[in-house]
Design a protein around this ligand. Structure first.
Ligand code: NAD
Length: 333
């Protein structure tokens, strides 16, 4: 490509990705399959890497999510809520694991915490003195939407913690709609002539961002915690991400039963194959797995880049869906 063709293509990609972000994050109505979005995103990342003069802080490759909607009160995240870098095959995961060892200047095996990549919406839930006091969306990573009234309606999310919990605890996790509940919801909505959702992810994200929490309360939403945000008594916390998830469970927070600690990168490969084989049997949709360096000390040493931590990666499953629109009802098949 000539230089001017490269600039033109980068502009096209930025405009398209910005439009798709708005449809996906703000309107909860994507018009292209995730696989297509991921291809365009990768193409833009590659161009920006090949032609560093194209790099810009305003590029969608440097940003997380989308602006919070003004209809909601805004919540400034004390710790940013980031995205995740992706691997699409074993070679890309191996390259990630190699970089981790190199950055830690370690030839030793690195333990990982392996988790399903739940396909829903990220939320931050704040507990003070054990009471749920605030729920927020990720928004653009720095500022989210206050959805406290809505998260209070999620049945498996405790309003009161139990046990020896910290005085102030921010939990991060995914709100999702189990597949069976999603199908039943759409069938009923269709029968009533109401709007149906394209997939469980959009159903969860759309249900969470209702201005009337009575509507959210009628939606079959679930929550699984996958990390801690700000915590008042840091010293009481384990130095292992996996152990911290167990601490959250002790305080009454639901975590996925599929979370597993492995002693090295080979363990992550085995986990990928195991979960991919059981993907259809899980009661919720996942679009891959998330692999996190288990030691919190190592996580802190590795740090972050603009939109993602260096100590975690989402290893995506092969795309199984193409989007079609049938008689006014969106399906992913
Ligand atoms: P992401 O979904 O690739 O990864 C980050 C998110 O993963 C977190 O915010 C969290 O919500 C979620 N997550 C699930 N399980 C987790 C776990 N165990 N630990 C940590 N996080 C976990 O990132 P993103 O920035 O939200 O979205 C990018 C992806 O969204 C794209 O790759 C694409 O698939 C999709 N997307 C699609 C469109 C479209 O138009 N179709 C538009 C925008 C984004």
């Amino acid at each position: 490509m000539t230089d001017s063709a490269v600039v033109k293509r980068a502009q096209e990609l930025r405009a398209l990705i910005t439009q798709y972000n708005r449809e996906y994050y703000e309107l909860d109505e994507p018009t292209v399959p995730d696989a297509e979005y991921d291809r365009l995103f990768r193409e833009l990342q590659q161009l920006e890497s090949d032609y560093p003069e194209l790099k810009s802080a305003h590029s969608p490759t440097q940003k997380v999510g989308s602006q919070p909607l003004s209809a909601f009160t805004q919540v400034a995240h004390e710790m940013p809520m980031l995205s995740l870098d992706n691997a699409f095959d074993s070679d890309e995961f191996t390259a990630f694991a190699k970089r981790v060892n190199e950055r830690l200047d370690s030839a030793a095996a690195i333990a990982y915490c392996c988790e399903p990549k739940l396909d829903g919406a990220a939320v931050s839930v704040l507990y003070e003195e054990g009471k749920l006091v605030r729920g927020a969306t990720r928004g653009d990573g720095q500022t989210g939407e206050d959805i406290t009234a809505n998260v209070r309606t999620i049945r498996n999310l405790p309003l009161q913690l139990q046990g020896d919990y910290p005085q102030r605890l921010e939990v991060r996790g995914e709100v999702f709609m189990p597949v069976q509940a999603f199908s039943e919801y759409n069938e009923k909505a269709l029968a009533r002539g109401e709007k149906t959702f394209a997939n469980p992810r959009n159903a969860a994200a759309g249900s969470l961002r209702q201005l009337d929490s009575r509507i959210t309360a009628q939606r079959p939403l679930h929550f699984y915690a996958y990390s801690m945000g700000v915590v008042s008594e840091e010293t009481t916390l384990a130095n292992s991400h996996y152990q911290r998830l167990q601490q959250l469970a002790e305080w009454g927070l639901p975590i996925s039963g599929e979370v597993k600690q492995v002693s090295d990168a080979q363990g992550c490969e085995a986990y990928y194959n195991e979960i991919l084989n059981r993907r259809e049997q899980l009661r919720y949709e996942i679009d891959g797995i998330v692999l996190k360096v288990d030691s919190i000390q190592h996580q802190q040493d590795l740090g972050f880049v603009s939109r993602a931590p260096r100590w975690a990666i989402a290893w995506k499953f092969p795309a199984q869906e193409e989007m079609t629109v049938l008689k006014g009802v969106d399906f992913q098949v």
